[in-house]
Design a protein around this ligand. Sequence first.
Ligand code: PRP
Length: 213
Amino acid sequence: MTARTVLKLALPKGRLLEPSLTLLRSIGAAVSEPAATRKLLVPSSDGTLSVLFVKPADVPVYVESGAADVGITGTDVLRETAADVLEPLALGFGRCRMVVASPTQIPYPALPGGVTPRVATKYPRLTRAFFAETGQGVEVITVSGSVEVAPLLGLSHWIVDLVDTGRTLRENGLVERAPILDVGAVVVVNRASQKLRLEEHQRLLQALHDATT
Ligand code: PRP
């Protein structure tokens, strides 16, 4: 008897975690939440997966390197890291958008007196690409979280961040100025792993596809 191949699945410990766990439950591959056990690599209940819990921005990194065979991530971090992975399935949850926002009193798309705008973001690559496209010279300030507070503290004039309901922007006196990217959860797959373990990948992708359509 040959040993069953278990795929390693990377999940992001952020806004996509709950819907990802719900999805895994729906295909019979339940796992306990990391907050409950503090274990970061756990087998799924049906024995088909080893689930790895990592920071959201690291899912594409783990999958590209082959440390994980497959992952669930947002297109925001996927495009930011530009990881070389397969992207076979959009999951239909985690939809939001990446935008430029600023305080109502700070002008957009240019500042008076030709001042170079400072833009705070967790997405420096996408932010630079967006402003390079518009022709606006900006200084990008990379922060790792709580981006909306940057203009209030005088750290930046504008921000680039995700917006879902818009509440965080409103509560912090910010308005949307320009859309950058539509964001949603997707499955990502390591290229070599898919070749080596085609059957296991196909089984998992088919189950995820059937559960999300
Ligand atoms: C995102 C984003 C905003 C918030 C927007 O944060 O960075 O802070 O959601 O949601 P809203 O429009 O419904 O108010 P996320 O939950 O991804 O956590 P983060 O702080 O790690 O970015």
